[in-house]
Design a protein around this ligand. Structure first.
Ligand code: ADP
Length: 467
């Protein structure tokens, strides 16, 4: 069965390599060169690949064609089918006498697209670099070092050939370092290649294994996301009604309750809020990783935003006898934001301030205008954060060593999620903190959002705020 993930090299020493392989070969005489070139191009043509052959500097195109024809008698048929091009080095590598590696690489990409749309199964390149003198070595070396990344996983095979007589030991080391495989043909014998044969089979096996594992992982990831979406919805719906009824009971809408009953109901409400918040953070994590976080923008007066949030936070602060001083500057405008998500940010930060403060202290919450932004500041006088962790706390799952030792519960999700939400709103978030003195978390939101809210986050988050 044809392995569509790999291309047949056609060489006696290495038969098959994964698509996207970049090899080099060193040859002694022109006969050694053709010992590799002929079977390589022949295999490409027979495999319905488009072949691009950049011939050695001292060879004429007609002569090159004739020599290749000795191995491929119907070469002219392939040429008529436009399946092969035979180029002088200047036609491929130079533009007005200048070598531009990036342009050459772009050209390989274009050639592949053209070959595939013309019905070929891939692109096979043989580029001879006998024209490269030591004065051009640096740009060639850079070009060679970039090819691997560009052709990886694409249906391209690239072989670069170098005449042993024209390059020195240091250049040989450069070339070997920039190619996945090295072949050396000297006096019509293989000097260096045999050791790769077993390795190639092993590599192909490993590559196929990784591919299979990858498909399995993608399936499991999709399953996890779907499962989480369904279960979080199933959890949130009953939670909303538990919270609603608890609130009605506290407000005595179903009849009078005594102090003890009220206390129990308040604990119930606090825990319901906490659970709801945890589900929101987990849901955000899944949405951020899948890139499916959506924003529903609405206009809200800042006062209402803060009041709504404080309704949730006061019971938590009360449970630790923490006083929350809220100060809103006069004349604050309304904001166009995703209200639930910004509330989630405030709950994360104020929740942390409460969690990491000792009983009976205060927390200050200030909101004011700063240039084109609204600045929110949440200051606590709790444990504080060591300086070397100020950036890390915005990384996914980061939790301070000292906090973990104190057995304070948490997930390490709140801050990175908050940062992603604030970034998406066009704001910034940062922290000032001193160990044992407390922390001040600040974030900004633009008064006039400039663009549609968009999440930049994929797998990791930007680390530093530069507001
Ligand atoms: P969690 O609080 O669930 O651990 P976060 O992402 O909200 O996750 O916070 C990450 C870490 O940052 C915390 O574990 C803690 O080490 C540190 N941190 C956050 N806020 C504060 C704060 N106000 N005071 C001290 N440390 C804090």
């Amino acid at each position: 069965m044809k392995n569509t993930n790999s291309g047949k090299l056609g060489l006696e020493v290495i038969n098959e390599v994964p698509w996207g392989t970049h090899l080099c070969f060193f040859y002694d005489s022109i006969n050694d060169y053709f010992d590799i070139l002929k079977p390589y191009i022949k295999a490409g043509l027979e495999n319905n690949e488009f072949c691009s052959w950049i011939i050695p500097k001292d060879l004429e195109t007609e002569k090159a064609f004739e020599i290749l024809q000795t191995a491929i008698p119907n070469l002219d048929c392939y040429q008529r089918k436009r399946q092969i091009e035979i180029l002088q080095y200047s036609e491929c590598y130079l533009n007005k006498g200048r070598f531009d590696g990036d342009a050459v690489i772009t050209n390989w990409g274009n050639k592949l697209d053209k070959a595939l749309s013309a019905g070929f199964d891939g692109l096979r390149v043989e580029g001879d670099l006998s024209w490269v003198g030591t004065n051009r070595w640096r740009p060639i070396k850079d070009y060679e070092s970039k090819i691997d990344n560009v052709i990886f996983n694409k249906k391209i095979l690239v072989v670069c050939s170098y005449p042993l007589k024209k390059i020195g030991a240091s250049e040989i080391i450069d070339v070997m370092g920039n190619h996945q495989f090295t072949l050396i043909r000297r006096n019509e014998k293989w000097i260096y290649a045999k050791s790769f044969v077993g390795m190639m089979d092993k590599l192909l096996e490993i590559q196929n294994h990784i591919r299979r594992e990858n498909i399995e992982l993608i399936k499991q990831d999709t399953l996890k996301t779907t499962f989480f979406h369904i279960s979080s919805h199933e959890l949130k719906t009953p939670l909303t009604s538990i919270k609603g009824y608890t609130q009605m009971l506290i407000k005595e809408q179903f009849g009078a309750i005594n102090e003890q009953q009220k206390k129990v109901l308040e604990v119930l409400k606090r825990n319901t809020d906490h659970l709801n918040h945890l589900i929101n953070n987990c849901l955000s994590l899944v949405q951020l990783q899948a890139g499916t976080m959506k924003f529903m923008v609405e206009k809200i007066p800042i006062k209402s935003l803060i009041e709504n949030t404080m309704d949730i936070m006061y019971p938590l602060a009360d449970s630790k006898k923490i006083r929350m001083n809220v100060q809103l500057a006069d004349g604050l405008p309304s904001l166009s934001i995703d209200v639930d998500k910004i509330k989630q940010v405030l709950i994360n930060i104020i929740g942390n301030a409460i969690k990491f403060s000792p009983e009976g202290v205060s927390i200050n919450i200030n909101v004011k205008k700063k240039n084109e932004y609204i600045l929110f500041e949440i200051q606590d006088f709790g444990l504080g954060i060591p300086k070397n962790e100020h950036e890390k706390i915005f990384d996914m799952f980061f939790r301070s060593e000292s906090i973990r030792n104190k057995n304070i519960k948490g997930t390490g999700l709140g801050l990175p999620i908050s940062k992603a939400i604030i970034d998406a709103h066009g704001g910034r978030i940062w922290v000032d903190s001193k160990i044992d003195k407390g922390s001040k978390f600040s974030f900004t939101l633009p008064i006039k959002p400039k663009k549609a809210l968009k999440i930049n986050f994929i797998k990791s988050l930007p680390k530093k705020s530069n507001f």
